[in-house]
Design a protein around this ligand. Structure first.
Ligand code: ADP
Ligand code: MG
Length: 451
């Protein structure tokens, strides 16, 4: 009965969203086809498309085919001694085969990196998505996996071999050039034991309240979150290391391992445009999730080692588990196209709501261990990732910037500041459809560009 009820609920959700999603896909397809026809005729006539009507982002020639808009799942293995219980077929549409408790399972993912894949190779797969933010798309890249499998290594990387975040910023600023066409805004938060903290606050990080944005505008707001205008790459790197050091400072007093908190970096890129057309506001979310190991394991380990803070470890593990379970619940609801998606179940899912909305692009980088003792956890992570890969967010849509917030209109009265290591708070609220001084809101559905 329970499974029948569940099936019935799923079916209801599917039916109620079917028409809506069909219309969305259809209009997006029409937009893409008309863009393609426009590009063809412009090419034939030897002319260029008018500004503001640029098509799919650089490096995304296959975008016309990406009508389903699934979350892409990539998988990277923590380098170590090869283990016969975990084998991979690397490359696009790659597989990971595990042998756990005598049962063989094969997991299909969008891309599997070979165990010796470099940071450059990993970023190469993500760069087209990152650059699409400059065209007004919303992109979320998150790393998921057990503690110690290399999430932070892939996302941040050591200075001598930088990871996704520093490479993404470099690539974006290189693509933007020095023309001042975009206004870049940065915010950085950490979620530790369900408390949201601003890692770039001028004072000590304080617990911030997350609220739903005004009705009809969608999105969420984080009251008091600071947003910083970033004029150049150097300042951006300095601000990110400031945020990272704030995370580490908190770690010494509360959590000895930063993998016990989720870290979210959000970059908003508002493009200037001719006065007659709206500018675009792309967003890049980079999320380094906390470790996904089970609570009992973390708690037991703490007790066995005589850790005086084992109760604290257990609580941390429980809150991480709850938030990752909530993430799983959100993914399941999105996968089944239910009308209600439980974004409110945790602070993590609330903050990720704008990044997982219709028309956004999301990429999950799964990190796994090949150690025999981690096999149970590896299988759990792979099951989660395979399910996430079935989530359809719909074809990617560009977002327009609110008229008053485009860089062209701001450049005269809003100096782009960001002094190294002593950044200045943005004098206006960030580009957002839900203006709320000092608060953040991701672009809601009202920001979609018409196809
Ligand atoms: P997590 O964030 O998942 O807890 P870390 O990123 O902190 O894990 O990685 C744990 C350790 O493994 C670090 O010392 C890191 O340098 C190392 N490591 C992880 N992945 C790699 C890799 N691909 N190449 C080299 N070292 C790695
Ligand atoms: Mg980590």
């Amino acid at each position: 009965m329970a499974s029948l009820r569940q099936g019935c609920g799923d079916l209801r959700g599917l039916v109620s969203t079917f028409t809506q999603s069909c219309q969305g896909s259809l209009s997006e397809a029409q937009g893409q086809v008309s863009w393609a026809l426009g590009a063809l005729s412009a090419g034939g006539a030897g002319t260029q498309l008018p500004e503001g009507q640029q098509g799919p982002p650089t490096g995304c020639p296959g975008r016309l085919l990406e009508l389903k808009g699934n979350i892409r799942v990539l998988c990277r293995l923590r380098p170590g001694t090869p283990c016969s219980l975990v084998s991979v077929e690397a490359g696009p549409g790659g597989t990971v085969t595990t042998c756990y408790r005598g049962r063989q399972r094969r997991f299909h993912l969008d891309w599997v990196f070979s165990p010796d894949a470099s940071q450059e190779e990993v970023f190469g797969e993500l760069e087209p998505a990152v650059l699409s933010c400059l065209q007004g798309y919303s992109v979320c890249i998150f790393t998921y996996g057990q503690t110690g499998t290399g999430k932070t290594y892939s996302m941040e990387g050591p200075p001598e071999d930088p990871g996704i975040a520093p490479r993404a910023l470099q690539s974006l600023f290189r693509e933007m050039g020095t023309g001042g066409q975009h206004r870049v805004t940065l915010s950085m938060v950490e979620i530790y034991n369900e408390a949201v903290r601003d890692l770039l606050a001028p004072g000590p990080p304080e617990r911030l309240a997350v609220r739903q944005g005004p009705a009809g505008q969608g999105g969420i707001q984080v009251a008091g979150l600071t947003h910083w205008d970033v004029p150049n790459l150097e300042t951006l790197h300095q601000m990110l290391s400031l945020g990272r050091s704030n995370r580490a400072t908190a770690a010494t007093s509360m959590n000895p391992r930063s993998s016990r908190s989720h870290a979210l970096v959000t970059l908003t890129l508002c493009a200037a445009s001719p006065p007659s057309t709206p500018g675009t506001a792309g967003t890049l979310h980079l999320v380094d999730l906390a470790g996904s190991e089970r609570a009992w394991k973390a708690g037991a380990t703490g007790t066995q080692r005589g850790d005086p803070n084992s109760a604290q470890r257990l609580r941390e593990a429980q809150t991480i588990n709850r938030s990752l379970l909530a993430l799983g619940g959100v993914m399941a609801a999105l996968r089944a196209r239910r009308s209600h998606v439980p974004f409110r179940d945790s602070q993590l899912t609330r903050l990720l709501q704008p990044a997982l909305g219709p028309g956004t692009t999301a990429v999950l980088l799964l990190q796994i261990s090949t150690r025999p003792e981690d096999l149970g956890e590896t299988v759990c992570s792979l099951k989660f990732a395979e399910r996430v890969g079935q989530v359809e967010l719909g074809p990617a849509r560009r977002r327009k910037a609110p008229r008053s917030e485009t860089p062209s209109s701001l450049s005269t009265d809003t100096p782009l500041t960001g002094t190294p290591c002593t950044p200045t708070r943005s004098p206006v609220s960030p580009p957002s459809p839900s203006p709320d001084s000092g608060s953040c809101s991701a672009l809601g559905p009202s920001g979609d560009l018409p196809p």
